[in-house]
Ligand binder design. Structure first.
Ligand SMILES: *Cc1c(COP(=O)(O)O)cnc(C)c1O
Length: 375
């Protein structure tokens, strides 16, 4: 966490609740994915709110994140999507009651060995159906079944996989192919008597591909209020979600920039007309990307104000001439919004991600490292 600045990340918990209900209306078993500090929204806080809404399982990344979540008081089932990596992780599966994705035979062997001393353990089997990162191939399901029959202390309760292209209209065939490979794995397990929960969909899959919803869905970005189908012909499928995060920083000085004057390092912006700029106390040291130089906008008093010149370590200049022309009063100490803020200039996560040259997930994870408050 970043603790040396004046940035405020505001998380509106009601919007998280709203988004959770949007998805549970589609399918009752939603597994909120709260890895990486809940995409910057706060691991323990988000879990607490959604557990109260009825979530009975949460997805995190590493087993160590799962242990942190357990220590925060979470009573729900915790799924570690990245699986055990080191000795401490293996011990935590038992001591913190963590359900981990297991996708390699050497992991199964280690678990069977540890189970002799520690007792039986539930696991989630991870299959690679096309993402080509982690997991068993569905073709290995017979070998997995054979191992599990021989080691009854290792108990599979879930089978899962992850979709690579669920957010791309026109790629339905790729999703369907992953779906078939996944079903091959699930069928193999069920035929052997392992009654696993089938869990495949992410947010985009849940919205756009009914066939992949199965028994439970692992949802991240949608819960935080972003539509992964934004800007595509399928955008309407994710309408009505409410972004939960807003980010502001204080204005440090308001000054004139005369026609012909350059500003910030390198004078990469030179004013065409006499203008007024506000210097905002946020920069790349606060995870506000330098790629936003001369590209992004901030929202001051509901007016979009363009970034002028380079984003610095702890400062960024924005042109507030238009805002002033529209009657806004802008003074040191006022808030400039890096994300969200008042209408009509509200900055959506999609806007910010677009200027950033990224997807909404990245500004959430990065800006979310700043001091947070909950409303
Ligand atoms: C992050 C993640 C998800 C959630 O994806 P969203 O696009 O945020 O809904 C689901 N499953 C796995 C394995 C993930 O890593």
């Amino acid at each position: 966490m970043i603790d040396y600045n004046k940035i405020r990340v505001r998380v509106t918990l009601d919007n998280l609740r709203h988004n959770y209900r949007v998805f549970t209306a589609v399918h009752p078993h939603v597994i909120p994915v709260i890895k990486s500090d809940a995409y910057g929204h706060g691991l323990a806080e988000v879990a607490r709110v959604l557990e109260a809404e009825g979530a009975d399982t949460f997805g995190v990344g590493f087993v160590s994140e799962a242990a942190d979540l357990r220590r925060s008081g979470c009573k729900a089932r915790i799924l570690a999507l990245l699986g055990p990596v080191d000795d401490a992780d293996y011990a935590s599966l038992w001591s913190h009651d963590v359900l981990a994705f297991i996708g390699r035979f050497d992991q199964l062997e280690r678990l069977a060995e540890e189970a002799q001393g520690r007792g039986p353990l539930d696991i989630a089997l991870k299959f690679d159906t096309g993402m080509r990162r982690l997991g068993f191939s569905p073709d290995q399901v017979d070998g997995v079944v054979k191992f599990l029959k021989a080691h009854p202390a290792v108990r599979p309760v879930m089978a899962s996989s992850h979709l690579a292209r669920a957010d791309e209209p026109g790629r339905e065939a790729d999703v369907a192919l992953q779906g078939r490979r996944f079903e091959q794995a699930v069928d193999g397990l069920k035929a052997a008597g392992f009654d696993v929960e089938a869990c495949l969909a992410n947010t985009a899959g849940a919205l756009a591909h009914e066939a992949v919803r199965h028994d439970s869905m692992r949802l991240g970005i949608g819960l935080y209020g972003c539509n992964p189908l934004h800007g595509t012909p399928l955008e309407r499928l994710g309408a009505g979600l409410r972004p939960a995060m807003e980010v502001s920083a204080p204005i440090l000085q308001v000054r004139e920039l005369k026609a012909g004057e350059g500003i910030s390092y390198g004078w990469t912006h030179v004013a065409e007309h006499d203008s007024v700029v506000a210097i905002v106390g946020a920069g790349y040291a606060d995870a506000y990307s330098r790629t936003l130089s001369n590209k992004g906008f901030m929202n001051v008093k509901g007016r979009l104000s363009p970034i002028v010149g380079r984003v610095c370590m702890q400062m960024t200049a924005i042109d507030v001439t238009d805002a002033l022309g529209q009657g806004a009063v802008v003074r040191p100490g006022d808030e400039a919004w890096l994300l969200g803020g008042p209408a009509p200039g509200t900055i959506s996560p999609e806007d910010l991600a677009g200027w950033w040259g990224s997807i909404t997930y990245e500004p959430f994870c990065l800006l979310g490292m700043n001091p947070r408050e909950y409303v």
